[in-house]
Design a protein around this ligand. Sequence first.
Ligand code: GLU
Length: 282
Amino acid sequence: MDQPVTRFAPSPTGLPHLGHAYSALFGWHAAKKAGGTFLLRFEDIDPNRCRPAFEKAFTRDLGWLGLSWPEPVRRQSEHMADYRAALDRLAGLDVLYPCFCSRKDIQDEIARAGAAPHGPEGPLYPGTCRHMDPGRRAELLAADAPHALRLDVAAAARQTGPLTWTDREAGPQAAQPGILGDVVLARRDVATSYHLAVTVDDHLQGVTLVTRGRDLMEATHVHRLLQALLHLDVPTWHHHRLLMNERGERLAKRDGAASLAALRDSGATPAEVCRRLGMETP
Ligand code: GLU
């Protein structure tokens, strides 16, 4: 692959920690070793969880580590029209349906059904609103009832036929578009979702190598389906290992001591952080 474009795309919902540093350095080296470009993007579609102060912390701490990127960075909250346009195209393909279920409705339905289909993260959406009577659906829409938009994955996969994608480490993959069920593409409160925004952005930004943690490998199956439906460019992926805490759990924001700010305050240098991560300095 010549001159890859990679990106690090954090959600600014907390202070950057060692896991973020690992992922950012991974993307940086993947680009720079091949003479490519490393981008930073803020996935800030959730106004309740994202904070400008955390965004500043990412900019400061990644800069401290020695990373740089072209400005201006893309902030998803500033590009809702792009996601709207993608939703319109998907609606035109007849692969979206409104979902009026609350979280509680979904739990109740799963409990009632007894044997709901399971995905890697637990029970999948049982499809309640996919089967809704069209008259009832029209009534609820006319009454402006709050709803999300879900992807009818089976209908979508019938349109695209079988798909494949490639992970640089794990090799060629047969897409399993149903792995996460009928995912939400526009939330009730925000007119997009992680899956839609990330897929549209990677295309618009010309990302050719998506580097991110293995925890997002299942999501890639869905992103590949969206790319096929929307005729977007298909990158290569490299899902990297996840950093664990002492308890063997994935390093998370609650492991406050591992924040880059705390490490810096305790006297760690960028070179020491890179060494601890088993990474070369940028
Ligand atoms: N915004 C996502 C996160 O912080 C990462 C998305 C991606 O790399 O695809 O987990």
